[in-house]
Design a protein around this ligand. Structure first.
Ligand code: ATP
Ligand code: MG
Length: 613
């Protein structure tokens, strides 16, 4: 480690990294992708054109050159490649086209972690495809599938077990994005998989099956304010509750109400859109802009999912309206803003829609998760600093507005273990695990080409937007994931999969001199000439490393385990006198002590063992 999130590669690590890159290159070629190399230094204007200078925020490394021009160090290269394609591709006849590179990416990660798993400078394979249509021959769907299949082969060949999950899909919607995840407790992504095996998704995207709600039940008692000073978080509230009320309180009995804000520009919108919005929200929609507050309510032990909140916002107000679709959706308000609008931040309850000033009330809609839309005992914020209320009841304590639609029940929370899976995806129960994202395929649509004005002439000589896909793999992260995966390490060190181990075979001579030296080298050459299968269709010549250091055997064995080369051959006088060498698989497949193998069968046995790692 040289600094936070930056690493040197030593000779063995570098070999593994290059092996991963070689597998990726072979499979990209097989999928019809062509390699390019784009610069790491990118003029900031390119990112400004798509708004990603802001979207990436502090993760974007920026630098100013000696002429005062602002540059970025590329975190990914959609803009650069779109610019390149715009310069060379003019006609639909030149498409489809898939380009990729393996290149260093820079991201000023907030929390670089677990070594090269999340670093600030890393190698990514990023591929981009360009099309004039989504479906059919040469369309985006076809290339997406090719890349998806190539990813499966790449991770298979790297010896990794993976899950493919649906991920946040952005502008195209549907199942337009998949992530490839290596299950591991160190993983930073939460994935949910139905126990029927038909549905798997990142928590960011995971849908939850039908849940009932009940708003009509009788109150559990009179609504009463209780002083709860300095308890603006649910944890603090529950911890201190006995002090306030003499009883215990669990987060699942608290309503968590967060204040969001959506605003948008209408200057360029059609009159029809403005009218439609106005019919829902009256004169809070002007000809120039709209702005709403959103109170999002979930159970205290649940987390709001902001992508779902945006979905809910579209469903409620009309997905067909472009200014709404293009809008980033509800944004959590910071404390100052929310207070200025009349909300008692930290102590907000759903009935805030009656407590805030008139102007705010008219602009507020309420979205409630089904698990929070129940008739049961609730503690909620009292809409007064330092106070909560008990016995909140939906039917009694929320006034229903007839003239607009402020109240909606929608799935707006993260799925958790035990939730129902969506029925239309095969049903069952969702189970939660942690995963490391090693790859991501994504249907981008026209987001970048439109923003950058890149189009082609179609069959009728008309300009047409280019439709894009993008496909990324973390090359270093594959190494980290191979080690973090189940079976990828033990107390003594790394257990590499055969295909990406720095060397496949390690020969440890007890003494490396005289006749033994000659024997060693001959065996090494014999093994290197053989072919070893790793996974279907991928054969390679194993690389053999000889530990010729003048160290005690104990030291050599310890280091051998630490670096994790799949097969170790120990050559000592005693066994050799009986015509044998000792062969031991690092993953323990031929026992903790390994086996004695006659010299003439040694090479064949090594290949056999390599076939199993
Ligand atoms: P994450 O959610 O882990 O930050 P991401 O979704 O932002 O990753 P993408 O933009 O999809 O990452 O990048 C493509 C691939 O690059 C990821 O699937 C991952 O394997 C790899 N990658 C992303 N960030 C890093 C990093 N900081 N260090 C190492 N590899 C990374
Ligand atoms: Mg990703």
């Amino acid at each position: 480690k040289l600094g936070s999130g930056v690493y040197d590669y030593l000779p063995l690590g570098l070999r593994s990294l290059q092996k991963v890159a070689a597998i990726i290159r072979e499979e990209m070629a097989a999928a019809g992708a062509v390699e390019v190399l784009l610069p790491a230094i990118v003029p900031i204007e390119l990112y400004k054109r798509t708004g990603r200078d802001e979207a990436y925020g502090d993760n974007l490394f920026r630098l100013t050159d000696r002429h005062g021009r602002e540059q970025a160090l590329g975190p990914t290269h959609e803009e650069v490649i779109t610019e390149l394609v715009g310069a060379y591709v003019e006609s639909y006849r030149q498409l489809p086209l898939t380009l990729y590179q393996i290149q260093t990416k820079f991201r000023d990660e907030f929390r670089p972690r677990f070594g090269v798993l999340r670093s600030r400078e890393f190698l990514m394979k990023d591929a981009y495809s360009f099309h004039t249509r989504v479906e059919g021959e040469g369309g985006l769907d076809e290339t997406y599938q090719k890349q998806y299949d190539a990813y499966c082969r790449i991770f298979d060949r790297c010896g990794l077990t993976y899950e493919i999950v649906e991920a946040e899909s952005g502008p195209i919607g549907g199942s337009a994005s998949h992530e490839f995840m290596i299950p591991s407790p160190t993983g930073e992504d939460t994935i949910l998989k139905s126990d029927t095996g038909n549905y798997a998704a990142n928590v960011e995207k995971c849908e939850i099956g039908m849940r009932d709600h009940d708003l009509d039940g009788a109150p559990t008692g009179e609504i009463k304010e209780i002083a709860t000073p300095d308890c603006s978080s649910i944890d603090d509230l529950c911890m201190n509750w006995p002090k306030f009320s003499g009883s215990h309180l669990k987060p699942k009995h608290v309503l968590k109400t967060l204040v969001y804000h959506v605003e948008g520009d209408l200057t360029a919108s059609e009159q029809e859109t403005k009218d439609k919005l106005r019919s829902l929200y009256g004169d809070q929609v002007s000809d120039e802009k709209f702005h709403f507050y959103c109170l999002a309510v979930v159970r205290g032990d649940h987390e709001i999912n902001e992508a779902k909140l945006k979905e809910a916002w579209l469903e409620i107000h009309g997905r067909e309206m472009k200014p709404l679709r293009d809008n980033p959706g509800p944004r959590l308000m910071d404390e100052k803003e929310a207070i200025a609008a009349g909300f008692s931040v930290g102590y907000v309850g759903p009935h805030a829609i009656h407590a805030v000033p008139d102007s705010t009330r008219m602009r507020t809609y309420l979205v409630v998760d089904p698990d929070a839309a129940q008739s049961q005992f609730w503690v909620a914020g009292a809409n007064k600093d330092g106070y909560h209320c008990v016995n909140f009841n939906w039917k009694r304590d929320i006034e229903w507005h007839a003239n607009h639609h402020p109240f909606h029940i929608k799935d707006i929370r993260n799925a958790i273990d035990g939730d129902p899976a969506p029925a239309e995806r095969g049903g069952g129960v969702l189970r939660e695990t942690k995963g490391i994202e090693v790859g991501h395929v994504f249907k981008l649509g026209c987001k970048y080409s439109d923003a950058m004005n890149v189009s082609v002439l179609d069959e009728n000589n008309q300009q047409q937007s280019i439709i894009m896909g993008c496909y990324g793999i973390g090359v270093n992260r594959i190494l980290a994931a191979a080690i973090e995966r189940d079976g990828g390490n033990d107390d003594n060190g790394i257990v590499w999969p055969g295909s990406i181990a720095p060397f496949q075979v390690l020969i440890t001579p007890i003494k490396y001199q005289g006749a033994l030296l000659y024997f060693n080298d001959t065996l090494a050459t014999e093994i290197e000439r053989m072919q070893s299968p790793t996974s279907p269709k991928a054969f390679f010549h194993p690389d053999v490393l000889i530990d010729d250091r003048d160290e005690r055997p104990g030291v050599k064995f310890k280091d051998a385990d630490l670096v994790g080369i799949p097969v170790r051959i120990t050559i000592g006088d005693k066994a050799l006198a009986d015509g044998c060498v000792e062969i031991k698989a690092r993953n323990g497949s031929n026992g903790p002590k390994g086996e004695l193998v006659p010299v003439e069968k040694a090479a064949a046995r090594v290949i056999e063992l390599l076939g199993q790692v």
